[in-house]
Design a protein around this ligand. Structure first.
Ligand code: KG4
Ligand code: ZN
Length: 345
């Protein structure tokens, strides 16, 4: 069983090997929408209220009881401190009460591991393009049970954050990613050419596999302001499509470059932004041209859920990784390269 509470989704998933048995998610997103972003205290309280019913729902969906479980995995970080504490506290209580081994795991590795539920074991090494509301990284996955290294990451905003901020500029609801995705389907992606961060020759020396989305967000804001100042209507669908193209172009270019330069034949997409339809299409096209296999899970498994934590937990159990010592803390800034807390014993 996997428990996820790092942001605004209370997720409880149950897997057997690579088979998904239950994926119960209770989201507090509607409670945050009017603030235009996740309010940590509201999220923590919602997790507290949803925790036990969501665990029960997952067990019922799977037709199991707690006694049937071989392991409990929980997101130990990174994420919102108060939100993480609810999941970690609950997981410890379930583990103590039942004697079932407990694994404190990394949210980002779980975003990669979830792909096994859809596409089976991950060929190692693989490159993980991890794009969520809090992170945008290119990861080298040599061993999903313990050796995951970061080749590059965003030096400012995460990709999902850029989607959310640009959606706000365009008057679209929160969280903006899915709304931009939808609007862009009706828009012209060549309408304006927005900047591709860190792709100039000098940046490619120092920041070869890094991203930057803050300049792009500012460019979109300036463009919108200029239109409004001249009394023009802002074509929401076209701006959404052109912005989305700039993000997806850089993400796919750099992930493929990393795979080629490291001689790796597989790229996995993971994280909420991996649900983006244009990112998926462009990544498939470019990977095919480069002779690289591209894998991604279905959209519902890309955004936060408990199944991804269970998938990673299941992988750790079958790889023989030791469980975590029960006194581990929730760690809001957990190192992206620590797969599970058992590694540090
Ligand atoms: O992985 P996730 O659910 O939570 C974090 O770990 O951060 O990612 C949430 C992010 C949000 O920024 C949301 O706008 C974005 O993923 N997102 C999308 C799409 N669906 C979710 N971005 C672009 N296109 C989508 N279809
Ligand atoms: Zn996430």
């Amino acid at each position: 069983m996997g428990i996820e509470t790092s942001c605004d989704e209370t997720g409880v998933g149950i897997v057997r090997g690579h088979e998904l048995l239950a994926d119960a998610v209770a989201s507090s997103v509607d409670e945050h929408a009017r603030f235009g972003g996740v309010v940590p205290e509201v999220a923590s309280r919602a997790h507290l209220e949803a925790m036990v019913p969501t665990v029960q729902r997952a067990l019922d969906d799977a037709g199991l009881t707690l006694a049937d479980l071989d392991g409990i995995a929980v997101t130990a970080g990174p994420g919102l401190a108060g939100a993480l504490m609810v999941g970690v506290g609950a997981a410890k209580a379930y583990s103590l009460a039942t004697g079932i081994p407990l694994y404190g795991v990394n949210h980002l590795s779980a975003h990669i591991a979830v792909d096994t539920l859809e596409n089976g074991p991950i060929p190692e090494p693989a490159i993980g393009l991890l794009v969520s509301g809090g992170h945008s990284s290119i990861m080298m996955v040599e061993d999903l049970a313990g050796k995951v290294t970061q080749l590059g990451a965003s030096i400012d905003d995460a990709a999902g954050e850029a989607f959310d901020k640009v959606a706000r500029l365009l008057g679209l609801p929160f969280p903006g990613g899915p709304y931009i995705d939808k609007a862009a389907k009706e828009g012209d992606r060549a309408f304006v050419r927005f900047p591709r961060g860190l792709t100039a020759a000098k940046d490619m020396e120092k920041h070869r596999y890094d991203f930057s989305f803050s300049g792009l967000k500012t460019a979109v804001a300036r463009w919108i302001e200029a239109q409004r100042a001249e009394g023009n209507n802002v074509p929401v669908n076209d701006v959404a499509a052109a912005f989305q193209e700039a993000v997806c172009d850089v993400l796919t270019q750099k992930a493929i470059l990393a795979a080629k330069e490291h001689g790796v034949g597989t790229i996995l997409l993971g994280g909420g932004v991996a649900a983006n339809s244009r990112l998926r299409t462009l990544a498939v096209e470019r990977a095919e041209d480069a002779g690289i296999t591209l894998r991604y899970p279905r959209p519902k498994l890309c955004t936060d859920n408990g199944a991804m934590v269970a998938a990673l937990g299941s992988h750790l159990v079958s790889a023989g990784v030791a469980p975590s010592v029960i006194d581990f803390p929730a760690n809001s800034s957990m190192d992206v390269e620590v797969v599970s807390l058992a590694n540090r014993l």
